[in-house]
Write a new protein. Structure first.
Length: 152
């Protein structure tokens, strides 16, 4: 469906998004229905309470939503660009250790594709849970993405 195998999306993200490489984000699972990103505990990216900085947590979760978007719509990238339009982040608990960001598309992918094919600019939500090594929720992100047609 995506035209980009899930195991290639992580390396793609590292090559086209410098922040992903800077944070050394890992992509152990990427499929059309979900994407998982690992943010390893790195002292250089900690905050004043010893956990991952809010910006690093945001980057990991937003990157997971991007990977999910690419997994679902990657085959359209010769005609469209994927862009986040609005993102909200809830910080639920002080995070410690390695974090796992698990994103899933909270929309009808087929309907979004049909809108795009009809010449419209679809918008769709992708949500992401962030958990610590014990599986406790430390954050939640909701991103609104769009498929914008490339100008020819």
């Amino acid at each position: 469906m995506s035209g980009i195998p899930g195991d290639q999306i992580g390396p793609l993200m590292h090559s086209v998004v410098p922040m992903v490489a800077t944070l050394a984000l890992e992509y152990p699972e990427v499929a059309p229905d979900r994407a998982v990103v690992i943010l390893r505990d790195q002292p250089a990216y900690r905050n004043h309470v010893g956990g991952p900085h809010a910006a690093a947590m945001f980057a990991a979760a937003e990157s997971a939503t991007g990977a999910a978007a690419i997994a679902a719509f990657g085959d359209l990238m010769d005609r469209a660009v994927l862009l986040p339009t609005t993102v909200t982040m809830d910080y639920l608990a002080i995070a410690r250790g390695d974090l796992t960001a698990t994103a899933r598309i909270d929309a009808d992918v087929d309907a979004a594709r049909a809108q795009f094919e009809a010449g419209e600019r679809p918008e769709f939500d992708i949500v992401c849970d962030i958990t610590d090594p014990d599986g406790e929720a430390t954050g939640f992100l909701r991103a609104r993405w769009t498929l914008k047609a490339l100008k020819r």
